[in-house]
Write a protein that binds this ligand. Structure first.
Ligand SMILES: *Cc1c(COP(=O)(O)O)cnc(C)c1O
Length: 393
């Protein structure tokens, strides 16, 4: 029995022990090197052991790690101002994770509804969505496996097919309790699903007509991942509420819920809070992340590398029987196969490449935005070999 037996079994058997990282590379106990095409699920966008992130955290740790949200925190104020300047939103609440950021958004929707006299405010969420593992966010998630066994689920949600504006129009006609829509601009866990062109603008227009809040979950798509700071910026719209986390701290836990207009004014002293949320260490890490994203022009780099990766993957894999579609935005890329392919994770790891499989049949690539051209080529090489071996096995 290993000491792992003392852990609750939430992740099953774990195949690797990674002990060190550098940029887009990770090393296991035996010193074996892996190319990281996952970034800890879209977390370490600046790569591992980034010296400036390490320095920001170390310096803050030697000054003040935590001081409670009962006191002013200049770093939190600076981070909020920076995020608002980047997004066009007006105020921020800081949490420690994506699920918590979404909880804040869902609480805003309820306050918003009650203000309008809606007694049972309802949030529309999407099929195949993923919003987290707390009770409200697993209810918002459109995957029965995430929900099973945790009933009773939370009330106040309605479900629509992702990418379908007409279905939302029908919900608008039939459900007077709807106050908000919560949606990922690109579904991550759901299989890197990209909605049809015009969907985001259509959502914005519908929410404006209905007086609903448009709440975007950019936990995975945000922080440069898809080629802009936040994905909605590529669609010429502004949400009312946006959540983010994952890449914001490059591995230091932090989540944020941003809002504008009425939604930004709903929380009052006592209506929401967090012990750790936005503590000085987390804010120092996030400020460093945003500084480096801008200085090193990493959003643009993600867009450019992503186009190249998708093009090369299409060249090498696109025509293989078994490959259904290769799609992506920036460095958020999915390769959909016609069969379940969880075994590909080990097939790739054996070739020194770390990838993920989601929605059973989709190989998901989320490499660090700092991936070099040479690493990009190696990624294609190793993945091509792994997919070919898997499909012909
Ligand atoms: C990962 C993820 C979450 C949950 O984030 P946690 O930090 O694990 O709570 C929520 N929404 C989306 C879109 C995600 O990808």
């Amino acid at each position: 029995m290993t000491m792992g037996a003392f852990l609750m079994d939430t992740y099953g058997e774990r195949p690797l022990t990674l002990v060190r990282g550098q940029g887009a590379r990770l090393y296991d106990e035996a010193g074996r090197e892996y190319l990281d095409a996952l970034s800890g699920i879209a977390v370490c966008g600046l790569g591992h052991a980034h010296p400036e992130i390490a320095q920001a955290i170390c310096e803050q740790a030697s000054q003040l790690l935590h001081c409670s949200n009962l006191y002013r925190n200049p770093l939190q104020e600076e981070l909020a101002a920076r995020l608002c300047a980047l997004t066009g939103l007006e105020r921020a609440f800081f949490a420690n994770s994506g699920a918590e950021a979404n909880e804040a958004a869902l609480k805003l929707a309820r306050l918003f509804g009650h203000r309008r006299g809606v007694k049972t405010p309802t949030v529309v969420v999407m099929e195949h969505a993923f919003h987290g593992r707390t009770l409200a966010t697993l209810t918002a998630t459109g995957n029965r496996k995430v929900q099973a066994g945790f009933e009773p689920l939370v009330a106040g949600f309605a479900r629509a097919p992702f990418g379908d504006l007409e279905a939302l129009e029908r919900i608008a006609e039939n459900n007077r309790n709807v106050v908000a829509v919560l949606v990922e601009p690109i579904q991550g866990e759901g299989g890197v699903r990209i909605p049809p062109p015009g969907y985001m603008a259509g959502l914005r227009a519908l929410c404006d007509r209905q007086g609903w809040l448009l709440m975007l979950d950019e936990v995975q798509t945000g922080n440069g991942r898809t080629g802009s700071y936040y994905h909605y910026q590529q669609h010429g719209i502004l949400p009312d509420v946006m959540t983010t986390a994952k890449g914001l701290g490059n591995g230091f836990p932090i989540g944020a819920c941003l809002a504008r207009g009425e939604a930004a004014e709903l929380f009052k002293p006592g209506s929401h809070g967090s012990t750790f949320g936005g503590n000085p260490a987390a804010c120092a890490a996030a400020l460093a992340v945003l500084r480096i994203l801008e200085r090193d022009d990493l959003c643009r780099r993600a867009g450019r590398l992503g186009e190249r990766l998708v093009a090369e993957l299409r060249t090498h894999l696109g025509d293989l029987p078994g490959v259904v579609e290769i799609r992506g935005s920036g460095l958020m890329i999915g390769i959909e196969l016609d069969r379940p392919c969880a075994a590909l994770v080990a097939e790739a790891a054996a070739r020194g490449l770390l990838v993920n499989v989601t929605a059973e049949r989709v190989i998901r690539l989320l490499p660090p935005l700092v991936l070099s051209e040479e690493e990009c080529a190696r990624l294609v090489e190793r993945l091509t070999a792994a997919v070919r071996a898997f499909l012909t096995a």
